[in-house]
Design a protein around this ligand. Structure first.
Ligand code: WAQ
Ligand code: MG
Length: 256
């Protein structure tokens, strides 16, 4: 069977003072069979042009053929949910679960109390807001490992197995469970924190092989476009090069 990888990214030039900057609007990616390429492509363009972040003036669509034998099939992480009354409560849940994941992973939080861990994550999260990719944070050394800090690391080449769906609208949950499953299986990854940067989507999640995929129903206020992703990584378990290579190159289909 022939498979194709499809990637779309859309952006807009914004004027800040006298400087023109490219602002990211929307991105999507799929791995589909040959018959679906055209329809999925069309749906991607529709999605880019109807995004809540604004109208793009640049859309890039990339189509690549990939070999079926290069694709790894992964079972989706099990899903649970946490209902909360406020964004603050949601964030506190996230920090607590992440700390559990870090501890359970055998990584010693060298005398790092939960308050310190939380304060640290809060500060890191703020730094992710302008990024298009994720922060790769080494819990062993307390350093960031992204080669390009402004951009971050992007997980690519992934989709749900047997997805023939051609939908111009983004399904946040479906895309997130696919990404989170791939990320949780990358060498050295301990856990992930995610908050959407879409202003009208307040549900986020934390995920890891031990936690599964935990949806946290509110992690920010409505109309807030500050979102981001942090991949917690342990450099004692794998090298950053190996991890980034997996995130950016390994083709993955996730069985939901
Ligand atoms: N690789 C790494 N980081 C990414 C990627 C990627 N492929 N795509 C997005 N990011 C980063 C980027 O910095 C974004 O600003 C941030 O993550 C959020 O991305 O169960 O919609 O695509 O209902 O806005 C969660 C669903 C949806 C929760 C998350 O993220 C649920 C979402 P978004
Ligand atoms: Mg977004």
């Amino acid at each position: 069977m022939d498979y194709y990888s499809l990637k779309m990214r859309a952006s807009q030039q914004v004027l800040t003072g006298s400087e023109k900057k490219e602002q990211h609007i929307s991105g999507a990616e799929r791995i589909v069979t040959k018959e679906s390429v055209e329809d999925v492509c069309k749906a991607m363009i529709r999605r880019a042009m109807t995004h809540s972040k604004g109208e793009p003036d640049f859309i890039n669509v990339k189509i690549e053929k990939i070999q079926a034998e290069d694709i790894q099939v992964l079972k989706a992480l099990p899903v649970t949910r946490v209902d909360v009354n406020s964004a603050e409560e949601g964030l506190n849940w996230a920090y607590k679960l992440l700390r559990d994941a870090v501890v359970e992973n055998g990584a010693e939080l060298t005398a790092m109390a939960i308050e310190d861990f939380t304060a640290n994550l809060k500060a890191l999260l703020r730094e992710t807001f302008p990024m298009r990719g994720a922060m790769l944070y080494d819990i062993a050394t307390g350093t960031r490992l992204e080669p390009d800090r402004a951009r971050g690391v992007r997980a690519t080449y992934m989709d749900a197995l047997h997805s023939s769906e051609v939908d111009g609208k983004k399904n946040h949950f479906n895309e997130a469970i696919v990404l989170a499953t791939k990320v949780a299986n990358a060498p050295g990854i301990v856990a992930e924190l995610c908050i959407s940067d879409d202003p009208n989507y307040v549900t986020g999640y934390v995920a890891s092989k031990t936690l599964g995929y935990v949806r946290i129903m509110k992690m920010k206020e409505m109309n807030d476009e500050n979102g981001g992703r942090i991949f917690l990584f342990d450099s004692r378990k794998a090298s950053a090069v190996e991890c980034i290579q997996y995130l950016q190159q390994q083709k993955v289909l996730v069985e939901l």
